[in-house]
Structures are given as C-alpha cells and as structure tokens.
Design a protein around this ligand. Structure first.
Ligand code: HSE
Length: 454
C-alpha cells in the first residue's frame, strides 16, 4: 500500500542558525499497541516534535503484518514485509516494535548493517542480545536507543545515562512490572485471588502475550539488567539475575505484612557491594512509610540512590500505548539531534559501551545479605518457638519481630510469623531447612525478603 503523505509541515525546518535541515525519516516495524501509539502521538505532536528536534520527523514507512484500526496510516507506505524497512535507503531510523527476540534480533542486525540507527521498546531483545547488538552498532557507528524498554514512559534510562552521570550509583530498586504490581494491589485492596487479578490484568492489556513473563519475574529481570548495565557500567548479565515471581505470594502473607507495617511489592534490585553487584528480582516486604510502598495498580516506580544526589524516585506509567510511545519518541528525537555528530561524541547508550568495568562480578545469591519474613506452619505444642529460636541463633540470625495468633477453631496448625535480622542468604537457607525438618513444623516455610530501602 502506498500513497502520498499530506504535508502540514514543510519537509525542512529552519535550525537556530537559520539553515534548513532535511527531515529525519523514520521506519516503524510493528503496529501493535506501542506502534499505533507512536504513530498517533507523532501525528498529534508533529509540530512540537519538529521544533524541539530542529528538523521535521516523518514516518516514511511502516512494516506490519496487518493494519491496526487504532491508528491512521493513510499517506504512509505500509509494507507487509518488515525487512523492507531495514533495506529501505530512505529510512534513517528503524523503530523496532515487533517484540520477541528471534526475528527482532535479525531485523535490528539488518538495520545496523545497512547503516540505520535503531530505536526499540524491546526489553527482552536488549537484555538477552544487547551485548551483541551494541557491539554491531558500535562497529557501524550507529546508535541503538531503548528508553521504552524499561518502565514505559518513565525516562529512567535517560536519568541513569545523563541526569545521574556524575554519581556513583549505590543501589536501585524498582517496581518495574505493572502486571505484577496490579495483581498484588488487587489482592491487598480488594481481596481478589491471584488468578482473578491476573485475568483482569490480561483483559486490561497490561500482561505480556505469555503472562508467565510477568508473574514469574522474567519481564522484571529483563528491565533490571538493562538499568544495572547503565548504573554499574557493566555488560548485560541477564543469565545471572536471581529471579523469583509473585505466583507464590498469598493473601495471608499480604495481611501479615500489613500487620507488621510492611507492603509486599515485586522489586527488581541492583546493589553495588565491595564483592560485586547484586542482581535480584523477588517479592519484597518494604516499610509502608516509603513512597514506593504506596505505588499501586499498574504504575511503576524506581528508586535510585547515588552517592552525590542521595535517593531519587521516578514514578509513572510503566506500560500502555501512549506512555510507551512517549519514550519511543524521546529516543527518536535524541537520535535525530545527534545525526550529524561523530558516533564517539554521542551519549553512550549502554554501560558496556563505556567499557570501564567490563569485568564487574555479579554476586551469587548465597552471598547476598538481607532480612527475611518467615511464615511457619507449626503444631500448637509447647517448645516450637524455642526450637526455632535456637536454630536461628545457631546460624547467627536474630528474631526482630514475631506474630503468633491463637489457632483458628478446630485447627491443629498455627502460623508463626517472624521477621529476622539481616543474614547471609546461605545461612538463612540452612536455618529454614532445619526448621522444615522439625517434627513440630508442617510443610515448607514461606520466605520473603525484606528491604528497608532507606
Ligand atoms: N507486561 C509489562 C508490564 C508491560 O506489565 O509491566 C510493560 O513492559
């Protein structure tokens, strides 16, 4: 399909020196939620974008298997073959919004090989293949920009790459999966079951095509390694992230956390230590008084602590057509602004490109030190508490808080809830194994890590 674009802005815009600069020509691959959002926002804000960019920005081609009634593509060359866009000499910047990692990787490599800059919202692609793609892009002197890959519309990549560049980042912790946060919020506030809340998140279009990515923490792990690569100037290390999802979080644990003054949130945490960088994604108890503990529904938020600036918090929509389009367009404008500068003078887009700490060690989970929430199902018999306390003490773990209610009518088992002091993960695991082996204890001990975040 091909037609003439109705031009409301001239194809050149005067720059500050009064010269006219030619339009930046964009090719979009993928016309799903984010693709259609990008087309719509670019059309609506066309003049503002051109003015800020110093030149017009035009979509000259779209590669999509099918049309999307959510956006108007009349006047744009639409091809059913996405690789046409990578090969099109009229395209300066290829915007990859097809998702997945196999075809998307080939498409991005093809675009790079033909000298195009790439903008992508694809977190899995960057997290799993970013090292290879950045190397290919550096070789060709082109840029790969990926603001939209992490936390939708929140400009967290720019914040890490530019706004916080003078800091030594100490740690970051984020609610970076909207679906997971929506499910935990619905369970806590409306008493919904996990399954019911997940169905709702799917109906609302928040979840990934395969919701396992959301509920088992894979999506959050993708986003975490991307942020960590910038924060700690390290290569993308997706295979080294400790990943635990929210499918094991029960309404009972959410209630006990409330009673102790905490909220359960699914966090991605990266922390620099003397021995290496912690990279972990898991449900976490955080004090209710923290702002991030009150980030609810599908919203995302990321706390970043730098040695100079202290803790900073970034909050906003982590998904959705136009919120993500906002980040895609920010990248398009960034790339357009630097088209004439030498590649090495552009803002580096990946931690690994800086090459300063290529050998950063990711700390094995056994060496991570944190506090724990434990829920033990114990028989209502004397002596259980002293056995548990003595096992903890032998491992150098103190009990900071404890809840034990009367057993429910007719119930032989009673839940014992403990908050521990900070301890090495390996020691905690050993203590839990010993507690589970007690005759007075039934089943597995529920464990959720606790982070003060302050
Ligand atoms: N499924 C993702 C989420 C979409 O729920 O956060 C945005 O990456």
């Amino acid at each position: 399909m091909s037609a003439t674009i109705e031009q409301t802005t001239p194809a050149t815009t005067p720059d500050t020196s009064g010269e006219s600069r030619r339009a930046v020509r964009i090719g979009i691959c993928g016309l799903g939620t984010v693709g259609s959002g990008t087309v719509n926002v670019m059309a609506r804000n066309r003049d503002e974008i051109a003015a800020r960019c110093g030149r017009p920005v035009e979509i000259v081609q779209i590669g999509a298997r099918r049309d999307n009634p959510a956006c108007d593509t009349s006047g744009v060359d639409v091809s059913r073959e996405i690789f046409d866009v990578a090969a099109n000499p009229e395209v300066d910047v290829l915007v990859e919004l097809i998702g997945g990692t196999t075809v998307a990787r080939e498409l991005v490599l093809a675009a790079i090989a033909s000298g195009k800059h790439v903008v992508t919202a694809n977190k899995a692609l960057i997290a799993e293949h970013g090292n290879e793609l950045f190397a290919a892009a550096a070789e060709k002197g082109v840029t790969i920009a990926y603001e939209a890959a992490v936390a939708g519309g929140i400009p967290i990549i720019k914040s890490l790459r530019e706004g916080l560049v003078g800091n030594r980042i100490q740690w970051l912790a984020g609610i970076i999966n909207g679906t997971g946060n929506y499910i935990l919020t619905e369970m806590r506030e409306k008493g919904r079951s996990f399954e019911e809340a997940l169905r709702q998140a799917q109906d609302l279009g928040y979840a990934e095509a395969d919701p396992t990515f959301d509920v088992e923490g894979i999506d959050a792990a993708h986003k975490l390694v991307i942020m960590a690569s910038l924060a700690f100037s390290m290569p993308l290390a997706f295979d080294k992230v400790y990943t635990e999802g929210i499918s094991g979080v029960s309404s009972e644990d959410i209630r006990y956390a409330d009673e102790l003054g905490y909220r359960i949130k699914h966090l991605g945490i990266a922390r620099g230590t003397e021995k290496g960088v912690e990279l972990r994604v898991h449900p976490t108890l955080i004090p209710q008084r923290r702002l991030i503990a009150n980030v609810n529904g599908v919203m995302n938020a990321i706390l970043v602590s730098g040695d100079a600036v202290g803790p900073t918090l970034y909050y906003g929509a982590g998904a959705g057509a136009e919120a993500t389009a906002s980040a895609v367009i920010a990248d398009i404008v960034d790339v357009a602004r630097t088209l004439e500068s030498r590649p090495e003078e552009r803002v580096p887009l990946a931690g690994v490109a800086r090459g300063s700490q290529g050998g950063t060690r990711v700390l094995p989970m056994d060496e991570v030190v944190t506090s724990y929430y434990l829920r033990i199902s114990a028989h209502d018999k004397p002596g259980v508490m002293s056995q548990v306390a003595s096992i903890c003490s032998d491992q150098g773990i103190s009990i900071e808080a404890l809840i034990q209610h009367e057993p429910a009518e007719g119930e032989a088992l009673v839940p014992v809830v403990i908050l521990t002091s900070r301890a090495r993960e390996a020691r905690l695991r050993e203590a839990v194994a010993q507690i589970e082996a007690l005759d007075t204890v039934e089943g597995e001990v529920v464990r959720i890590r606790v982070e003060p975040l302050g």
